[in-house]
Design a binder for this molecule. Structure first.
Ligand SMILES: NC(=O)c1ccc[n+]([C@@H]2O[C@H](COP(=O)([O-])OP(=O)(O)OC[C@H]3O[C@@H](n4cnc5c(N)ncnc54)[C@H](O)[C@@H]3O)[C@@H](O)[C@H]2O)c1
Length: 361
């Protein structure tokens, strides 16, 4: 396989899960001159046949079998959240140099710890798709914060109307990025509403909480039924507001509505809207850069995503037990099962009629 790569100069990729995100990934790999999609996998035969024809790749319904056969450089999987450790294990066994997968890192720390151990034991590079950060509006807010135009940053915050297993992973990731990836020391959270535990992204209907970061900055997050509307944005899934407040101003990104800032230099705003076609190419390019050069660590590296995952799991624990939860977490448990039991048959109050369709009473 090393010979084939030497001949083509391309990193060979297997993509598992040919749904929405698997197709996005395969397209982005194929469009980047440094990668070749050599294999695609899905348990749905119709999806598999269409994708194999589209990418001119070998196909299979068993991810491990296909990966062992093709020995890719990159093992990418975009299956739904219930499948993580099994897929990471397949990627490790195949000898891939990099595993690329979708958020969330896992549904609970039982699986999250297993995933982290597989990564640590194998030394494989890994990235998790928090690719919104490549949006021009997300980057502009980062640039303003990093320029010190806000003065001393004391708070980073994020809200989304979408529910936890879809959105909280994103919110925490960008909040941590805006706060220079300072480690979290403890969290305190609350949750309400059990309707979305039935979803394939099982979640409380509403989740919110505080994060204490080591650098003294306060993190505030909320997502779901009780999270505020972002009336500047029409498309419901993009009603997210993420930003930072400092002693001399604030800057924020609206996922579907550009960026804005009020700083000591004045009032400013600009465009930008989350767009897979624009966000995937730089996300994939950074994988080639990291594979080429160990020093060019990917912005969406596993260690960073894992730190965000722990914050989310600690918020769930706090919502069940009450009080503050110290990080890092040391004992694994099934946070989601405990939270589901805790919230059984409870309903969340809505922040706005825009949330009625998804969380309606
Ligand atoms: N980063 C983002 O912006 C973003 C956006 C949407 C979804 N996601 C995440 O992407 C992941 C996938 O979401 P999606 O919307 O593409 O889902 P999807 O349902 O469209 O696709 C999942 C695919 O995986 C296949 N699959 C399931 N089990 C499999 C197995 N054992 N082996 C091979 N294939 C299998 C399914 O048949 C399906 O085709 C989720 O974790 C979701 O949270 C991320």
């Amino acid at each position: 396989m090393g010979w084939e790569r030497a001949m083509s100069g391309k990193y060979r990729v297997v993509v598992v899960g040919m749904g929405k995100r698997g197709l996005h990934h395969a397209q982005a790999f194929q469009a980047n001159g440094r990668f070749q999609v050599v294999g695609v996998c899905d348990i749905d035969p119709a999806r598999l046949d269409t994708a194999a024809a589209k990418f001119g790749a070998e196909k299979g319904t068993d991810a491990l079998e296909l990966a062992l056969k093709l020995k890719p450089d990159v093992f990418c999987f975009c299956t739904l959240p219930a499948l993580r450790a099994e897929m990471v294990s397949a990627g490790v066994k195949s000898g891939a140099k990099l595993i690329a997968f979708e958020k969330p890192v896992a549904l609970n720390t039982k699986e999250g710890f297993a995933v982290r151990k597989l990564m640590a034991d194998s030394g494989v590079k890994a990235v998790v798709s928090h690719q919104h950060r490549y949006g021009e509006h997300y980057r502009k807010v980062k640039e303003i914060i990093a320029s010190n135009a806000l003065g001393r940053v004391h708070t980073v915050n994020g809200t989304a109307t979408g529910w936890m297993m879809h959105m909280l992973s994103h919110l925490i990731d960008y909040m941590r990025w805006y706060n220079r990836e300072s480690p979290a020391q403890w969290v305190m959270g609350q949750a309400e509403g059990s309707g979305k535990f039935k979803d394939v992204h099982p979640s409380p209907d509403y989740m919110g909480g505080f994060v204490q970061f080591e650098n003294g900055v306060r993190g505030i997050v909320e997502c779901g039924a009780g999270a505020p509307d972002v009336p500047e944005v029409d498309y419901w899934w993009r009603k997210c507001r993420i930003g930072a407040q400092g002693a001399e101003g604030f800057a924020e990104v609206l996922t579907g509505g550009g960026w804005r800032a009020v700083t000591k230099n004045g009032v400013a705003s600009g465009p930008g809207c989350m767009n897979y076609d624009l966000d995937m190419p730089p996300y994939v390019q950074e994988m080639a850069d990291w594979l080429d050069d160990d020093r060019k660590v990917h912005s969406c590296n596993f260690a960073s995503a894992y730190a965000g995952f722990e914050i989310m799991m600690a918020l769930c624990r706090s919502a069940v037990k009450g009080g503050q939860i110290a990080l890092p977490l040391t004992e694994a448990c099934d946070e989601l099962a405990s939270l589901k039991q805790h919230l059984e048959n409870r309903k969340a109050l809505l922040s706005s009629p825009v949330n009625a369709k998804e969380y309606g009473q």
